[in-house]
Design a protein around this ligand. Sequence first.
Ligand SMILES: [Zn+2]
Length: 246
Amino acid sequence: MVITDKERVRRLVSLPDAKASWAERLRQSRVAMVGMGGLGNASAAYLVAQGVGHVILVDPDQVDGHNLGRQILFQPPDIGRMKVDAAKERLQQMAPEVSVRTEAVALDGDNADELLSGYDVVVDGSDNWATRVILNRFSVRQNIPVVFAGAIGYEAQVSVIKGGRPCLECLFGDTPLADQNCAVMGVLGPVVGMAGTIQAQEVLKLLLNTGKPLQGRIWTYDAYRGISRIVGFPTRPGCSACGGEA
Ligand SMILES: [Zn+2]
């Protein structure tokens, strides 16, 4: 059964701040997903379900059995397939009208501009500091918002890099996020899913120009202790990524 765009966004456009243009704006929106792990799976599912019209999925990896506990787009028969191919198939089952471009490559300093230019928002679903720096500097250089998230163990965090500063390196510059490995540290599946879901919320707010983005603020969640906080952070003087001037 094919549903109309109108049905997909019916509850969205019932929100008190909704505008008549929202459905069409989402349909024309272009969102880049860098990383199709637990973060990218959750955020892509919600963005496509909610009516985002165009996505690009960037990830060089194949589906592995241990992904299935948190990467909910994938099913056992997908093991061994490229993540971007399996995710595209599932997303198009959810929303046949969505346009999905796939790039089974690792993002690097040389291909970032070519892959991501022209998108409205970039979702950082990566798992390493080097890729996060590439995305942060892309955001500063191109003035395209990047929604950052990380999740490890029982903990998650999300922030929005927008308008050049403060940037991710203002926040972490002196103590870059360690490349903590879920294989070593472990991770609770729903914690990653929640971070990805918060990412999707921030993307939708940016696309629809509503609400207050997590810009200059970081949302942190500790599922083990049941504590959630939002902490502000300033532009860091001398930041090598954004120039550091307020
Ligand atoms: Zn900065």
